[in-house]
Design a protein around this ligand. Structure first.
Ligand code: 5GP
Ligand code: MN
Length: 338
């Protein structure tokens, strides 16, 4: 995003506009944190702004300031379509392709609104008039802070904005430990705490609100963990029956994939989660170092993401999906073999 773009956006935002802000489907902490942070900022200038999420998100995100105003496209389609049609500006946050917003894709592609993308995923599509895309960024929340800074407006960051942005930076960096966490990230985090983000309370709200059943489900996932030492790979499976027996709720499996990576010498971890409703196996992939799970997911599992964190899907059943997964590892022996 260059100076000219910033000036054009300043001009656009200089009078109240009808604005829709959109996160990706199955929004995570960064998607909800960044959209809410931006919403609170835009409201300071009396814009008529709303967030439309493609679908619902886990309960551990349902405490964030302003969260109860988020519309869900799959539940309120008519209301959301009307807002999209009349929108003058659309911000798309934390995704790189309109395919990532599920059933909203057509409605968003067809609006006349000017689109602004803020995102840190690899290989962004070219659908937005203004693109702030930077794959080196820890999180879209860090980018929203930078965006406000580019507008010379960090004075406007208040406790609500700070709380939302802190949350997404924290969740997307695995509590500030992934390699995307830089000194700039920490400086921004410092600023957000000064502006009123209560760091210990936010960690508590996100990490320490598990249900008993979710914790038991983690036990099941860990007992299903398999290791393929020659490829420094670990993977977890969870079938629909297993999910059902622990009364699975959206978000319950968040973070499980990282347990594979916590094993000594393992650099590639996967989790395969059956979804009978979608008729797929949803896949999450994580890696350490240069091994790109984004590339593997794009090539074999219709997905994408970042070098060290990506997602995808398989239309095969669980056992055939695992067979496929194991059969492709030799293609990556250069990276995976010790
Ligand atoms: P997670 O495994 O936590 O769902 O996602 C890890 C990263 O990969 C996130 O940045 C997410 O946006 C991206 N991702 C997850 N699933 C998909 C997918 O199906 N397609 C693409 N392109 N990216 C995905
Ligand atoms: Mn993100």
């Amino acid at each position: 995003m260059n100076k000219e773009d910033i000036n054009s956006i300043k001009e656009l935002l200089s009078s109240p506009k009808k604005i829709v802000i959109i996160p990706h489907k199955n929004p995570d902490g960064d998607a909800i944190g960044s959209t809410l942070g931006l919403l609170h900022y835009l409201k300071k200038y009396n814009h008529d702004a709303v967030i439309i999420a493609p679908n619902d998100y886990p309960d551990f995100l349902k405490w964030m300031p302003g969260e109860d105003s988020v519309l869900k496209y799959d539940h309120q389609k008519d209301e959301c379509d009307a807002l999209l049609i009349s929108a003058e500006l659309i911000f798309t946050l934390d995704f790189n392709s309109l395919g990532r917003i599920g059933n909203m894709e057509e409605a968003v592609a067809n609006t006349k609104a000017i689109k602004i993308m803020i995102d840190h995923h690899q290989q962004p599509d070219d659908y937005a008039k203004f693109m702030y895309s930077d794959v080196s960024m820890s999180s879209t929340c860090e980018m929203v802070y930078n965006f406000i800074d580019m507008l010379d407006d960090t004075d406007k960051v208040d406790a609500d904005i700070a709380t939302c942005l802190y949350t997404g930076i924290m969740t997307d960096t695995g509590s500030f430990r992934f390699s995307s966490t830089t000194s700039a990230t920490h400086k921004i985090i410092g600023n957000l705490i000064e502006k009123g983000a209560n760091n210990s309370q936010i960690h508590n709200n996100i990490m320490d609100t598990n249900s008993y059943e979710r914790t038991q489900l983690l036990g099941k996932a860990l007992s299903n963990l398999k290791v393929i030492p020659e490829y420094r790979t670990a993977y977890i499976t969870l079938t629909q029956d297993e999910l059902n027996s622990f009364n699975f709720k959206k978000g319950d499996t968040e973070g499980f994939v990282n347990y594979g990576l916590s094993l000594k010498d393992i650099i590639f971890a996967a989790i395969f989660i059956e979804s009978q409703q979608d008729g797929i196996i949803k896949i999450s992939l994580r890696s350490k170092g240069d091994f790109s799970v984004n590339e593997l997911s794009r090539s074999h599992f219709e997905g994408g993401g970042h070098t060290n964190a990506a997602g995808g899907k398989s239309d095969l059943n669980m056992s055939n999906t695992i067979d496929k997964f194991i059969s492709i590892l030799p293609q990556y022996k250069k990276d995976l073999k010790a």
